[in-house]
Write a protein that binds this ligand. Structure first.
Ligand SMILES: [Zn+2]
Length: 274
């Protein structure tokens, strides 16, 4: 599932190629991925609009349009958003094709269809309850103070669950939660309330480090994730714990274990993470 570094990589890839480009036609649109508005309204609102600079909020891609609307894409589990030549063959599970005045197409593909596409003004989307509230983002300048919210700090939930909660922390998923907890030397099953101020600070710093490092490597590809041009990311080779259950810990050499925590498979070192 694409997390912050994968979504950020796509946004950075696509931004210079979309900015100032006119959206000439909606060539195809599968209503199954369109959450808002109707397909007819989508076409009417999108065609002729010019793209502004793409941004990311948590795991959401926001593309402002000259009409004042925003095209919002969430990649779900298996979504990809790529820029392709018009003549490039259309792969199966492509649910949205937008033709640009540059002769290229922006294509949204999603085999499992857990992703979503929205179009509307910020007010419309908020009113429709389609953009969930998001917590602080590890790439924000002010993130060093995370979590400012006392409810998060005093929570009885396990810290892994807090990291996966988009209202407490934007953009994190299973991969980078495990990576950050390892780097911060914290057991994923600790309750949030048991962490000291310095442990929270360590965890916040670890989150920023793992996210930035993964962006530098253009994201983690297992099966589905691709960058804005359809290529794989390279962060997989640098992961310290995720996907390494049963292998030796890179720090102490003991075997990493996998336990179900916060509903997700969680890999950690029993020796290094207390
Ligand atoms: Zn270890």
């Amino acid at each position: 599932m694409p997390e912050l570094p994968e979504v950020e990589t796509i946004v950075r890839d696509l931004r210079p190629h979309l900015r100032g480009r006119r959206l000439e036609a909606v060539l195809s649109l599968n209503p199954v991925v369109l959450r808002f508005p109707s397909a007819d309204s989508f076409r009417a609102a999108a065609e002729g609009a010019v793209f502004g600079a793409l941004t990311r909020r948590g795991k959401f891609i926001h593309a402002p349009l000259s009409s004042g609307d925003q095209l919002v894409v969430h990649l779900g589990m298996t979504g990809t958003l790529t820029l392709e030549e018009e003549a490039a063959p259309v792969r199966p599970h492509t649910h949205l094709r937008l033709r640009l005045d540059s002769g290229r197409e922006l294509r949204y593909r999603d085999p499992r269809r857990f992703g979503r596409v929205l179009l509307g003004s910020a007010r419309q989307l908020a009113k429709a309850g389609l953009l969930p509230p998001l917590g602080p983002d590890p790439l924000d300048r002010t993130f060093h103070a995370w979590p400012e919210n006392g409810q998060v700090r005093r929570s009885r939930r396990v810290v892994k669950a807090v990291l996966l909660d988009q209202r407490a922390l934007a953009g994190c998923g299973n991969i980078y939660a495990d990576e950050a907890l390892f780097l911060a030397r914290l057991r994923p099953t600790r309750t949030a309330a048991s962490l000291s101020a310095s442990q929270w600070a360590r965890l916040g710093a670890a989150l920023t480090v793992v996210m930035r490092e993964a962006i530098r490597r253009r994201g983690t590809s297992f099966s589905d994730y691709r960058d804005g041009f359809g290529a794989r990311g390279e962060a997989y080779e640098s992961l310290l714990v995720y996907g390494r259950a049963g292998l030796p810990c890179v720090r102490c050499g003991r075997t990493l274990v996998s336990r179900r925590t916060a509903g997700r498979a969680t890999v950690y070192c029993r020796w290094c993470q207390r």
